[in-house]
Design a binder for this molecule. Sequence first.
Ligand SMILES: NC(=O)C1=CN([C@@H]2O[C@H](COP(=O)(O)OP(=O)(O)OC[C@H]3O[C@@H](n4cnc5c(N)ncnc54)[C@H](OP(=O)(O)O)[C@@H]3O)[C@@H](O)[C@H]2O)C=CC1
Ligand SMILES: O=C(O)C1=N[C@H](C(=O)O)C[C@H](O)C1
Length: 233
Amino acid sequence: MKIALFGYGKMGKMIEQIALNRNHTIVAKVDVDTVDIDFSEMDVAIDFSMPSAAYGNITKCFEHGVPVICGTTGWLDKYDEAVALCKAKNGAFIYASNFSLGVNVFFELNRYLATMMKNLDQYKVSMEEIHHTQKLDEPSGTAITLAEGIIDNTEYKGWKLEEAGDMEIPITSKRVGATPGTHSIDYSSTVDSIEIKHTAHNREGFALGAVTAAEWIVGKTGIFTMKDVLNLE
Ligand SMILES: NC(=O)C1=CN([C@@H]2O[C@H](COP(=O)(O)OP(=O)(O)OC[C@H]3O[C@@H](n4cnc5c(N)ncnc54)[C@H](OP(=O)(O)O)[C@@H]3O)[C@@H](O)[C@H]2O)C=CC1
Ligand SMILES: O=C(O)C1=N[C@H](C(=O)O)C[C@H](O)C1
């Protein structure tokens, strides 16, 4: 498979390694300075760039009929526009705030736990995410997906960084050293607490998930999620 990398930073480099090990070819490494992009060579594009760059990269790919796997976070105010363009062009698209198998299992666990806690008013939920100090966005995309999983299954109405209102989920974002990504959800009452936690030990799981999604999407049209790719139920 011929893969174009949009963004060649920490994730782009890890994805390149995994793709080459799986006998794929990297046909382009696109960064902010790239002017001539040959879209005709690409079977699929994988975007791990920057919040300010993702939408432009994705839409250029759709215009040229290239399927897109996007892991960049912090640009989702434009997600609906990207989806509309993808549909208009009969393209193929997967965005995931987190491509790792472990976090996608954790997303399901979070939803299930939320349904169990829904009527237990003595417990208050809170969330913490910890990432490396170079991360540009907060809270993390993964934390937002986790909050949405709780909101969909309980009476909580929204989320907020730090101080939250009564029916809002408080999220604490910490930036510590080179932490790849740690997310925890806590339900506390006056007598006890229940905590679930996912800890990434490195970036390999994110990169492998993105390459797996790229292998899966080639030849398909439509808007998909990692749940489709991983066949999780
Ligand atoms: N969904 C998931 O599973 C995961 C998502 N992420 C997300 O992926 C994104 C990238 O993370 P990471 O690799 O750690 O970040 P890095 O900062 O290491 O890499 C981002 C790269 O994008 C480049 N870039 C800047 N502008 C453009 C542009 N217009 N087109 C293409 N590339 C551009 C940057 O170049 P320069 O440095 O020259 O500006 C940099 O090399 C983040 O949003 C992060 O949150 C990260 C891990 C997992
Ligand atoms: O920026 C990162 O590094 C990561 N970003 C994603 C996010 O915002 O959730 C996924 C992962 O946690 C690493």
